[in-house]
Ligand binder design. Structure first.
Ligand code: FAD
Length: 401
């Protein structure tokens, strides 16, 4: 193995949104930072590519809302540093049967976190959205101001550009094969497939759907993070109705609870099309992707027909994209030290379970805090600890399920 001679305060492995946000944070704090990516930068084979991600503060777990609220500020801060926008504001609409336990937990969480919300019945919803969103008689909608869309590929590029401007070194097509403890002077050696070796005081591992594989190789730790392949679907808005579903007006980002959980964003990236998709997917090996068949379409067609009063064509999506989730059993993140022989020198951020993008600025801030100071300022991380799976293989208990 060839020693490149380069030494770093922090080596970040994986340049999706979490690694890029972390490298931005550490470089901003004047730490000599190296960001390594196995594929081309901004590739489409992980979880952070594409045109839109929802940001919302409505979580049944009350510990996510403060992370989202901090992220709003951090998104704005990064936007002001780079000079362009990645976040586009909208309201958020959550809808479900009136007796749905998850929706009740969301309302409780909003109350606890002082997030203003309005609960609407079918008639009020009809009025609020001028007939564009119809819910069944026994359903309710919850509207908050804290919604919106983030452009993912543009956001990854933003953090990478800012990290570069702050002096970070970014290298792509550098697959990390191992991380080893330096037993002589402390710190770690990070070894890549092309035979290079880099020394770092600390290492942050943010490798998305590859987390289970790499963490097992590096630390012998079995993490229950299951990669899923999932499908994003775009549907045509019927002629004459496009404006009513466009971002920038009063049409919200939205989520519909139940099985399946369906979510979507106003028309933005492809004018005249609206994104409506199912949260979930089928297990996959990130190194041997099936690239299909895609999520079943029948529930989406039925949902679109019922909710959008026939003005969105429910015959089938006109465009689809594949992407990967990294699912934990409880759908809570993994943010922790790897431990073992690495102690606090290796930090892992993974298992973002299909809902991490919105919080990537605060996740980067927390991962940087953990690596640089050994603790995260002002955040309770107990729900994100690796040890929770030893106590219960299913992870955190959820009172609303
Ligand atoms: C279709 C879809 C819709 C989503 N919608 C939302 C949403 O609306 N709101 C929301 O908040 N979140 C959403 N998410 C989730 C969010 O996008 C993810 O949580 C987030 O992108 C995860 O980022 P990551 O950096 O952990 O993973 P990734 O983006 O996969 O990044 C990991 C990187 O590590 C690299 N890597 C892996 N192994 C190695 C190695 N050995 N050496 C070097 N590099 C390596 C990979 O190539 C990859 O680039 C969605 C996800 C998908 C797929």
């Amino acid at each position: 193995m060839e020693y490149s001679g380069d030494e770093y305060d922090i080596i970040v492995v994986g340049a999706g949104i979490m690694g890029s946000s972390t490298a931005y944070q550490t470089s901003k704090r004047s730490q000599k930072t190296l960001l390594l990516e196995q594929f081309d930068f901004l590739h489409h084979r992980g979880s952070s590519h594409g045109e839109s991600r929802t940001i919302r503060a409505t979580y049944p777990e009350d510990y996510y809302t403060p992370l989202v609220m901090e992220s709003y500020k951090l998104w704005q801060q990064a936007e002001s540093e780079i000079g362009y926008n990645v976040y586009f504001k909208a309201h958020q609409l959550d809808m479900a049967p009136a007796n749905d336990k998850v929706l009740h937990a969301v309302v409780e969480s909003c109350r606890k976190n002082s997030v203003a919300f309005r609960v609407m019945n079918r008639d009020q919803m009809d009025q609020e959205f001028s007939g564009r969103v119809m819910i069944p008689e026994d359903w309710v909608g919850v509207v908050t101001e804290h919604g919106g869309v983030i452009k993912p590929t543009k956001a990854v590029s933003m953090f990478q550009t800012l990290a570069l401007q702050n002096g970070a070194v970014l290298r792509d097509n550098m697959e990390v094969k191992g991380v080893e403890r330096d037993r002589v002077r402390g710190g770690v050696w990070v070894c890549t497939a092309n035979g290079e070796r880099f020394w770092g005081k600390k290492c942050v591992v943010t490798v998305g759907a590859w987390t289970t594989k790499l963490v097992k190789t590096v630390g012998g730790v079995e993490l229950p993070i299951q990669p899923l392949e999932t499908t994003v679907c775009y549907w045509r808005i019927k002629e004459g109705h496009e404006g009513g579903f466009a971002i920038g007006g009063d049409f919200p980002t939205f989520a519909s609870y139940g099985n399946p959980y369906i979510y979507g964003t106003p028309s933005l990236e492809y004018p005249g099309l609206i994104k409506v998709a199912v949260h979930g997917g089928y297990p996959c090996d990130p190194d041997n992707r099936p690239w299909g068949p895609g999520n079943p379409l029948a529930p989406l067609k039925e949902w679109i027909e019922g909710r959008f009063s026939g003005v969105v064509d429910s015959g089938g999506p006109v465009a689809t994209q594949l992407c990967m989730y990294s699912m934990t059993p409880d759908e809570d993140f993994v943010i922790d030290f790897l431990g073992g022989e690495f102690g606090k020198d290796v930090v892992v951020g993974g298992g973002f379970s299909g809902h991490g993008f919105k919080m990537s600025p605060v996740v980067g801030r927390i991962l940087a805090d953990l690596a640089l100071t050994g603790e995260a300022q002002g955040v309770e991380l107990k729900h994100f600890r690796i040890a929770r799976f030893q106590e219960n293989p299913k992870g955190n208990a959820k009172h609303f399920l």
